[in-house]
Design a protein around this ligand. Structure first.
Ligand SMILES: NC(=O)c1ccc[n+]([C@@H]2O[C@H](COP(=O)([O-])OP(=O)(O)OC[C@H]3O[C@@H](n4cnc5c(N)ncnc54)[C@H](O)[C@@H]3O)[C@@H](O)[C@H]2O)c1
Length: 268
C-alpha cells in the first residue's frame, strides 16, 4: 500500500529555517520543500541562502523567500518575521538552526567571545522562537524544532561557550513546550552527533580524522546533513503531533559509547 501524498501533513505550510545557507540548513530547506511546504530561508549570508533557494528550485515547486537576518539582533529578527509573513503568510513551523562553533578554553575565554557565541546560539534561538512563535500560535497547530547537539549533554574541553549554549537550548525548548503547548505549538530538539558540514569540514580535511571519528561511532560513519534534516522533518510533521518537549539524538549511537571506553580485561 502506498503512502498518501501528504503523509507528513506539511503541504502548504510555511516553514522558516535559520542558518538556511549552511550544511544542515540547506538539507532542511530541500526536505521541507519536497514535503510540499513553502520555505522561508534566513541566514546572515544572503548569498548562501540564495544558493539554497536555487537548489530548492531545482528539486521542488515550493514558494521560497530569502531574508538576510542576524538571529542575534532583535530588530533583524523582527524585520525577518514581517518579511516572511508578507511573502509566504504566517509561519507554521520554525527550525532554529543557525549557530557558530568557536574554540576556546574557559580560563582564557574573553567576555566578548563568550557573549558573541551565546548571542547567536542561544539568544538567537530565543528571539526567533518569540518572533515566529507569535505567528505560529495564531494557527491551529504548529511546531518549533531546535537543532542543538549531543554536546548539550556531554561537556567537551576547549569548546568555549558552545556546549553551554546547546545545554541552554534543551531547556529553552522544554520551557516553550510547557508555556506554548496549550496554544497548539509543539517544541522539540534534534541533537546531532558528528556531521560533515562547512562548520566541521576542517576537521575532516585533516588526515586520518574521518577514519578515527567513524571508528568511535557504532554506525561506523559520519552523519550527512540529510540524516539530521529527516529527523527534524518528522518532529515538525503531523506524524509527531503528540511529541512535545522531547530531544531526539541523531548520532548513530555515539552518545551511548561511554561504558565502551572502560578497559575490561577478558571482555575486550
Ligand atoms: N556540523 C556538525 O558536526 C554539528 C554537530 C552538532 C550540531 N550541529 C548544529 O547544527 C546546526 C547547523 O550547523 P551546520 O553544521 O549546518 O553549520 P554551518 O556552519 O554549515 O551553517 C550554519 C549557518 O548559520 C549561519 N549563521 C551563523 N551566524 C548567524 C547569525 N548570527 N544569524 C543568522 N545566520 C547565522 C551561517 O551563515 C551558516 O550558513 C548548528 O546549530 C550546529 O551547532 C552541527
Amino acid at each position: 500500500m502506498s503512502a498518501p501524498m501528504d503523509w507528513l501533513g506539511l503541504g502548504g505550510k510555511t516553514c522558516v529555517i535559520t542558518g538556511a545557507g549552511g550544511g544542515i540548513g540547506r538539507a532542511l530547506a530541500i526536505n521541507f520543500a519536497k514535503a510540499g511546504a513553502h520555505v522561508g530561508l534566513l541566514d546572515l549570508s544572503e548569498a548562501d541562502a540564495q544558493a539554497t533557494a536555487r537548489e530548492v528550485a531545482d528539486c521542488a515547486r515550493a514558494r521560497t523567500a530569502v531574508v538576510a537576518c542576524d538571529v542575534s539582533n532583535p530588530d533583524s529578527v523582527a524585520h525577518a518575521a514581517a518579511a516572511i509573513e508578507s511573502a509566504l503568510g504566517r509561519c507554521d513551523i520554525l527550525v532554529n538552526n543557525a549557530a557558530l562553533l568557536r574554540p576556546g578554553a574557559l580560563d582564557t575565554l574573553s567576555f566578548a567571545e563568550w557573549n558573541a557565541l551565546l548571542s547567536v546560539n542561544l539568544t538567537g534561538y530565543f528571539l526567533c522562537s518569540q518572533a515566529f512563535g507569535a505567528q505560529i500560535r495564531g494557527k491551529d497547530a504548529g511546531a518549533i524544532v531546535h537543532v542543538a547537539s549531543i554536546s548539550g549533554s556531554n561537556p567537551q574541553g576547549a569548546s568555549g561557550a558552545y556546549s553551554v549554549s546547546k545545554a541552554g537550548i534543551l531547556m529553552l525548548s522544554r520551557q516553550i513546550a510547557v508555556e506554548w503547548g496549550p496554544s497548539g505549538l509543539r517544541s522539540n530538539v534534534v541533537s546531532p552527533g558528528l556531521v560533515e558540514t562547512p562548520m566541521s569540514r576542517a576537521f575532516y580535511d585533516a588526515p586520518g580524522v574521518r577514519e578515527k571519528r567513524s571508528a568511535v561511532v557504532p554506525m561506523r560513519r559520519i552523519a550527512q546533513p540529510q540524516d539530521i534534516a529527516d529527523a527534524a522533518l518528522f518532529l515538525a510533521s503531523a506524524r509527531a503531533s503528540y511529541i512535545n518537549g522531547e530531544e531526539v539524538l541523531v548520532d548513530g549511537g555515539y552518545a551511548g559509547m561511554l561504558m565502551n571506553m572502560i578497559p575490561r580485561p577478558g571482555y575486550d
